[in-house]
Design a protein around this ligand. Structure first.
Ligand SMILES: Cc1cc2nc3c(=O)[nH]c(=O)nc-3n(C[C@H](O)[C@H](O)[C@H](O)COP(=O)(O)O)c2cc1C
Length: 174
């Protein structure tokens, strides 16, 4: 078994997209921890231009699967989080997708550390997915759906793939 220098590095390297879940509601206290973790992500000028919709209703999962072509795992999910960007909270225009990415990754890592399984479902920048999600959740015009994270107790395990590529690294000059 591989040895990791500390739990943060271990969580980053062993996190995988989990798309099969045991049928069981996700503990609300765990969802709160995921949302808190999201809100501690870095953001441009610390603007935190995000909102989160926690979802646990099967009929909403059904609706999302109709507008998102790669979201079939929601049929097994116990919960999901929709990460949204708010352009009215931005002073540094154009950074909301970057900030929402950081929040999304925090949720994925926090979920993994809590032994939940999760996967990032891309919404932004695909306009048809954004429009579909906007309608389902009645989002105001200045709120942009960015990502959806499908969450559940894992029913699959994944190996750590080999991804380190020394040839992608340069020092001080291309
Ligand atoms: C921007 C983005 C969009 C993604 N969209 C989807 C998606 O719609 N459906 C899905 O099953 N996985 C989606 N993924 C998950 C990727 O397929 C996954 O992260 C990638 O295959 C690497 O696997 P890993 O997460 O296990 O390391 C997305 C990931 C990112 C970062």
């Amino acid at each position: 078994m591989e040895h990791w220098p500390n739990p943060v590095i271990e969580a980053i390297i062993t996190r995988r997209s989990i798309r099969h879940y045991i049928r069981r509601d996700v503990d609300k206290s765990l969802i709160d921890l995921l949302l808190k973790s999201a809100m501690y992500a870095p953001s441009a000028r610390n603007e935190q231009p995000w909102h989160f919709i926690a979802i646990d209703q099967a009929e909403l999962f059904e609706k999302i699967m109709k507008v998102h072509p790669y979201a079939s795992m929601l049929s097994e999910a116990g919960a999901a989080i929709l990460v949204c960007g708010d352009e009215m909270l931005e002073l540094s225009k154009g950074y909301w997708p970057v900030d929402c990415s950081a929040a999304t990754q925090n949720i994925l890592l926090a979920a993994h550390s809590l032994r939940l399984g999760a996967v990032w479902l891309g919404v932004y920048p695909r306009s048809e997915r954004m429009d579909g999600i906007r309608e389902i959740f009645s989002l105001p015009d200045h709120i942009h759906p960015f990502s959806l994270i499908s969450i559940g107790y894992p029913a699959e395990e994944k190996e750590v793939p080999a991804r380190f590529k020394a040839e992608r690294i340069r020092w001080n000059l291309w």
